[in-house]
Design a protein. Structure first.
Length: 365
């Protein structure tokens, strides 16, 4: 899960004009790309009278293909614009709802304040002060408590709605990039001359999810897990990724919330290993798509395999890549090293325990 904390005051300070401007720029770039590619193809298609042999026919065929790919890429840029605009509009509405609850808290007769990180609402006045300020009526304490609980629930829900919209919007934006043609992706990636590397690039890819992007845990499970792990932050993920996490941690799907601790510890171990190892000692940038990043993926999958089994580890790690937005080379690198890690973890698990780690996870650790 993400370690980055977002606060209510941070959200209320968001300005969305820059996002809308970036979306408009993407739309304009798409319009330009489509217009130039169509004009160029039109000129090439009219060349038959002076370039009519097989080479000319091949050139016109290729021009049509390139035009279609350019038009598709232009459509992707327009979709990016529309996704940014939609998310910004939804966020603006959610932020206004959040601000409305905050205003209600500030204007309350009970002298209230809220926790900027978790949305708990409390009163600056002690119960004794509350009674005194209400002509000695002890029932005023119950009224104040009820108001704190109501506003706390409203604030947490409004805060959750903003985070959910933001996270899902970000993932949906990344997913739009998957709609460019496979040829465009491979051209941008660059096909290696090395046969083994070419094989990895072409074969270690995963389809982008066709389902909606969701946030995990949902608000109910999040509050349950926070009883033991208060710093957990919700994160956006694919439906397939959520299914794996629910299987591991959600009691409604046979999981155990206690598994979250082990899962999160493994993630933190892998991230720490990826930042400090023999590769980063030589070149710190190796942690970003270099040897250190490859080692991190292998370590992460090896440890997940040891704790939860190779089948679950593959299910989760592959689903994790289905969101889209990764370039083909990065995706191939991640999937290949994930597989290597599971092979390592599988061997270690069986060597230490004498049991198969092909499937199953140890819920309730």
């Amino acid at each position: 899960m993400s370690d980055e904390k977002i606060t209510i005051s941070t959200v209320l300070g968001w300005k969305l004009d820059s996002a809308r401007f970036a979306g408009a720029q993407a739309m304009n770039a798409g319009i330009t790309l489509e217009a130039e590619s169509i004009n160029a193809d039109k000129a090439i298609q009219g060349s038959e009278s002076y370039f009519g042999e097989a080479a000319g026919a091949a050139a016109r065929t290729m021009s049509t293909k390139l035009k279609n790919e350019a038009v598709t890429s232009g459509d992707v840029l327009d979709a990016i614009h529309r996704q940014i605009d939609t998310t910004a509009t939804d966020l603006q509405s959610d932020i206004e709802s959040l601000q409305s609850v905050v205003d209600e808290i500030k204007e309350s007769e009970w002298n209230l304040f809220y926790d900027d990180e978790n949305g708990d609402v409390q009163s600056y006045d002690s119960n004794w002060e509350t009674i005194k300020n209400n002509w000695g009526n002890p029932a005023s304490v119950a009224w104040k408590t009820a108001e704190c609980l109501r506003l706390s629930a409203d604030l947490k829900q409004a805060f959750w709605d903003v985070q959910e919209t933001d996270k899902i919007g970000a993932r949906n934006l990344a997913t739009q990039l998957e709609n460019v043609s496979q040829d465009v992706k491979l051209v941008l990636a660059g096909i290696p001359d090395n046969a083994a590397l070419k094989d990895i690039l072409l074969n270690y890819q995963v389809d982008t999810t066709k389902s909606e992007i969701v946030v995990w845990p949902d608000s109910t499970l999040l509050e349950l897990i926070r009883l033991k792990y208060p710093d957990i932050q919700a994160v956006e993920m694919t439906v397939e990724e959520k299914a794996a996490m629910d299987e591991l941690c959600n009691p409604l799907y046979g999981g155990n919330p206690l598994n979250y601790q082990t899962f999160n510890e493994i993630k933190n171990e892998a991230e720490a290993f990826g930042k400090t190892n023999k590769y980063t000692a030589v070149f710190d940038g190796s942690k970003d798509d270099g040897h250190a990043d490859a080692a991190r993926h292998a370590y992460w999958n090896a440890r997940m395999t040891q704790e939860f089994g190779a089948e679950w580890a593959e299910q989760y790690a592959s689903a994790h890549e289905m969101v889209g937005g990764n370039g083909p080379q990065r995706e191939a690198m991640d999937l290949k090293n994930n597989e290597v890690g599971r092979q390592i973890g599988l061997g270690e698990y069986e060597r230490i325990t004498g049991r198969s780690a092909i499937s199953g996870h140890r819920c309730g650790r």
